[in-house]
Structure formats: C-alpha cells, structure tokens
Design a protein around this ligand. Sequence first.
Ligand SMILES: *[C@@H]1O[C@H](CO)[C@@H](O)[C@H](O)[C@H]1NC(C)=O
Ligand SMILES: *[C@@H]1O[C@H](CO)[C@@H](O)[C@H](O)[C@H]1NC(C)=O
Length: 325
Amino acid sequence: MGIKQALKSLDAFPRAEEHLMQKTRSGAVVSIIGLAIMATLFLHELQYYLSVYTVHQMSVDLKRGEILPIHINMSFPSLPCDVVSVDAIDMSGKHEVDLDTNIWKLRLSKDGHIIGTEYISDLVEKGNTDHKHDAEKMVKKVKQALADGEGCRVYGVLDVQRVAGNFHISVHGLNIFVAQQIFEGATHVNVSHVIHDLSFGPKYPGLHNPLDGTDRILRGPSGTFKYYIKIVPTEYRYLSKEVLPTNQFSVTEYFVPMTEFDRTWPAVYFLYDLSPITVTIKEEHRSFLHFITRLCAVLGGTFALTGKITGSLDVQVFGSIDKIN
Ligand SMILES: *[C@@H]1O[C@H](CO)[C@@H](O)[C@H](O)[C@H]1NC(C)=O
Ligand SMILES: *[C@@H]1O[C@H](CO)[C@@H](O)[C@H](O)[C@H]1NC(C)=O
C-alpha cells in the first residue's frame, strides 16, 4: 500500500477525471495550427539532419617532392599560335623539359572556331636558329594569320616539381628580328587573354578557382601581366572515406604597361608559390542524438506553447462565444 501511494505521488502528469475535461472548437483550431507548425519544424530539422556539412582543419604541410599538376585552358584572341610559346621554370632555374608535358595549342579562327591543333613537345624557348629564308616565310605566315584575326588557345596539363616557380606564355620563342618584323614594336603585341580554367588539381564540391572565366582585354598599348599565385595544398575527404588531394589558390595580379624603349616583350606570367599550411576538408554527417534532442525541444516546445494558448483563448475569447452559443 505504502509503495503504491509513493509511486502515485511521483506521477508528473496528473489527469483530471474524464467528465471534467472538455473539448472545445477553439482548442481544435489551435491544435491544428500547432500540428502544422510541428510538421514544418520537423521537416526542417530532418532536412538539416540529412544534410552533409564540411569541417576545415589546418596543419603544416608535410608532403615532399611530389608533382604539382597545372591545368591550363586559356585563349589569346589576337595572337596566332605560331608566335605563342609556353615556358615553365621552377625556383632552381630548372626548365621543365624532362617532365611529361601535355600542352596543346589550338588555332582559333576570328569567330572562335578551332581550325588546327599543335602539340607542344618542348617547353624551352628556343634560341631561334631560323635561316633567313625560313624567317621570311614565318613572317609572311604570321602576318597573314594576324590579318585574318586568328587567335590561339593553350590548354593542357603541366606537371611541375612541387616548389615555387613560374610559367609564362609569350612570344619569347621568336627570334627578336622576326618578332620585330611581325609586330613592328613590342607595344603592338596584343596579349589580351581569356582564362577559361586555371587550376592546380582536380575539383571538389565547393571549390572556387578565382581565375576561371576571367578576361583581360587590352585597349591601349601592350604590356606584361603578372599573376602572383599562392597555392594552398588541400585534401578533400569524402563521406565515403575517399581522399582527393588537390590545391586551392589565391591570386593577386598586376599589369606593367610597355613603353617604346623597353627591351622586353609582352608576356603573361604566372608566378606561383606554395603555402606551408595545408587545409583538410572533411565531409561529415550530423549526429543522430543531436537530431533527436533538437526534435524533442522543437516538438515539445510547440506542444506546450499551443496548450498554453488554448488555455488562455478559452478563457478570454472563445469562452465567451461558446457561452453565447
Ligand atoms: C577550354 O575552355 C573552353 C571555353 O570554356 C571550352 O570550350 C573547352 O572545352 C575547354 N577545353 C578543355 C580541354 O577543357
Ligand atoms: C587586342 O585584342 C582584343 C581581342 O581581339 C581586342 O578586343 C582589342 O581591341 C585589341 N587591342 C588593341 C589595342 O588592338
């Protein structure tokens, strides 16, 4: 007997007798509204729980001596492929000749159609040994291409050592005298360019490469573009435990206009450096217990609130209407 009484006194939900409870219309209305709110909040919480979020972690880069892939896809609307050269040099002054390069030059017609391809097998700027006859032929060919409004797209992957370095796209492959005859002065080399894609590794969800889709069109005299690139090694870990090593980067740029007396020729330089900090981005599920906790708070809270509202409405508004009825 004593134990039963004690248990009863612990009941946190005392109920009134059935005949003392009353169902009202006002109560029904508020209950329905409450249910709608609960359903909305439940769906919102469920969606939140099912969504994947990412955690960013930083640490010092411990990788050594790997290859850095540079993906290039850019167009020079006013430079024929015959004059365009690509060169890459790393910090040690090493030209990337012994690495596999996969760079293609596509000849573009005036309206942007591809009219020819050429594979660049050798990135070193040749100290041109053109014979006089060849040079004349070259000048004629390029002048024709310029008159036709031919452009050039450079695309492919450049595998370089994982140390600071630069690569540039220029007319440096030409013999100075040939270049002089073609362009009649360095200020006329129109190095306007469109960067379709410049990246240092595969893409992961949410990656934004700052140079993709940018263009730099020259209106006045030519000059040299320099892009200073800071590469941040990044590792993306999928939910499936798959790991994608890649790189993000930040970039600052500047343009040096050319004067008549400059000895150099216009070019587009990409000078890159590696950050000592790597970023790890991890995809994660949300915690199930956390979901349940939030659900209890939201549903219980709404239930309690609607209960209170029914109570006060009963007394103030509907109560009187009910009475009149
Ligand atoms: C390079 O970019 C152009 C323009 O966006 C695109 O049409 C072309 O398919 C790209 N080339 C490669 C190899 O991705
Ligand atoms: C350079 O080439 C671009 C693209 O073809 C063109 O829009 C621009 O007017 C040219 N600039 C000069 C100074 O000729």
